[in-house]
Design a binder for this molecule. Structure first.
Ligand code: NAD
Ligand code: UGA
Length: 334
């Protein structure tokens, strides 16, 4: 099959593109290498992949001859209040709008990355897809908006779209603003680590290989219009997760507490019965095995001379993109 993967230089997108390529598919990646975190890290992620530099919020996306689009490009990160909101609107709502337009015109299926953050402080746990969405972060609101936009294109233009609500994904190449990545890097650097709030908040952590398997299964077998939770089986609090990583690494983390972050939910716990029944998917990787793999990646990276999380990039807010006008063929010179 010939697939387009948007966000292919990012954390999940690069893992997905690699798995698809290894399975013999033809993969065209799309990414504009935003500077939300160090673009050099994205270059590293994209090595060996065919990734074309397009800004989906304004460049043309021609999907002729494509069998399916995995749309993962976005401005991620739930801590999204303040003057960064226009960036979330652009990279999530406007970019997704253009992807959906192109997919509807070409009659191509879109599997796209939504988020557990659409639930906010969920009305029940484990949280089923039919729970009322009530996001508490601007990011979550844009992700819910993308789901609704896809639904409108399905009703209006027969678009075949599937939404995956990923629950806190971790593993090799995790974004440097995320919890496990920062913990690994602090353990490797010997610096201190700031927990937002008490550390009792918990997550249905999902290993990236499991998330990728769910994503491919959704492209291959999901009914049009499906919405699925993609969540790991092991729920852990941040304090429990730190203790586990300390055991795996044999090191001790210097922890300090700062105020809870606005937009952060207290708990996520996925009900995955729907995707399990429909696609036979459930997470296979235990948190302990997944973190062992992630630690090995993070420490290997540092041993190879690549810097751990650049402290300057840790708190880098999303910035307004530079303007460009290119099409998918212009980007390759084809
Ligand atoms: P990431 O930031 O590593 O990857 C996203 C990529 O999209 C980046 O490489 C970025 O440069 C690219 N991008 C952003 N705007 C673009 C645009 N306008 N045009 C082209 N490329 C653009 O993030 P990730 O953690 O890999 O997340 C992938 C997707 O999964 C996102 O949609 C995110 O919202 C969603 N998600 C992630 C998690 C998680 O735990 N990582 C959980 C739930 C949902
Ligand atoms: C993650 C992703 O970052 C979002 O893009 C995604 O949409 C969301 O999962 C999701 O599941 O939908 P989050 O759960 O906040 O969001 O993931 P982390 O950034 O890894 O944070 C996990 C927890 O660690 C949060 O409670 C956060 O407050 C805490 N944390 C994070 C800290 O205490 N300190 C840090 O330096 C970073």
């Amino acid at each position: 099959m010939r697939y387009v993967v948007t966000g292919a230089a990012g954390f999940i997108g690069s893992n997905l593109a690699e798995t698809l390529t290894a399975a013999g598919h033809e993969v065209v990646g799309v990414d504009c290498f935003t500077d939300y975190y160090d673009p050099a890290e994205k270059e590293e992620n994209a090595r060996g992949l065919d990734v074309r530099r397009l800004d989906l919020a304004e460049d043309e996306l021609d999907l002729d001859g494509v069998d399916g689009v995995f749309h993962l490009a976005a401005q991620a990160g739930v801590r999204s209040f303040g003057d960064v909101f226009p960036v979330y609107v652009r990279r999530n709502l406007l970019a997704t709008h253009r992807v959906l337009e192109a997919a509807a015109a070409a009659g191509v299926r879109v599997v796209f990355a939504s988020s557990s953050s659409v639930y906010g402080e969920a009305e029940s746990y484990p949280t089923h897809e039919d729970a009322t969405p009530q996001p508490i972060s601007p990011y979550g609101i844009t992700k819910l908006g993308c789901e609704q936009l896809a639904r409108a294109y399905a009703v209006g233009f027969g678009l075949d779209a599937v939404a995956l609500r990923y629950f806190t994904v971790y593993g090799p190449r995790q974004r440097p603003d995320m919890f496990f990545r920062r913990v690994c890097d602090a353990l490797l650097e010997g610096g201190s680590f700031e927990i937002y709030g008490t550390g009792d908040q918990s997550r249905s952590f999902t290993e990236v290989g499991d998330a990728v398997a769910a994503t491919i299964a959704a492209m291959e077998r999901a009914p049009a219009g499906a919405v699925y939770n993609v969540g790991g089986g092991d729920e852990a609090s941040m304090l429990e997760a730190i203790a586990l990583l300390e055991r795996i690494s044999g090191r001790t983390l210097d922890v300090s507490h700062v105020g809870a972050a606005k937009g952060d939910v207290r708990r996520t716990k996925a009900d995955v019965s729907r995707i399990c029944e429909a696609l036979g998917w459930e997470a296979r990787t235990s948190l302990s095995d997944g973190l062992t793999r992630m630690w090995s990646w993070a420490s290997g990276r540092v041993a190879a001379g690549r810097a751990p999380t650049n402290p300057a990039a840790r708190r880098r807010p999303p910035s307004t993109p530079k303007r460009s006008r290119r099409s998918i063929s212009a980007a390759t010179g084809a």
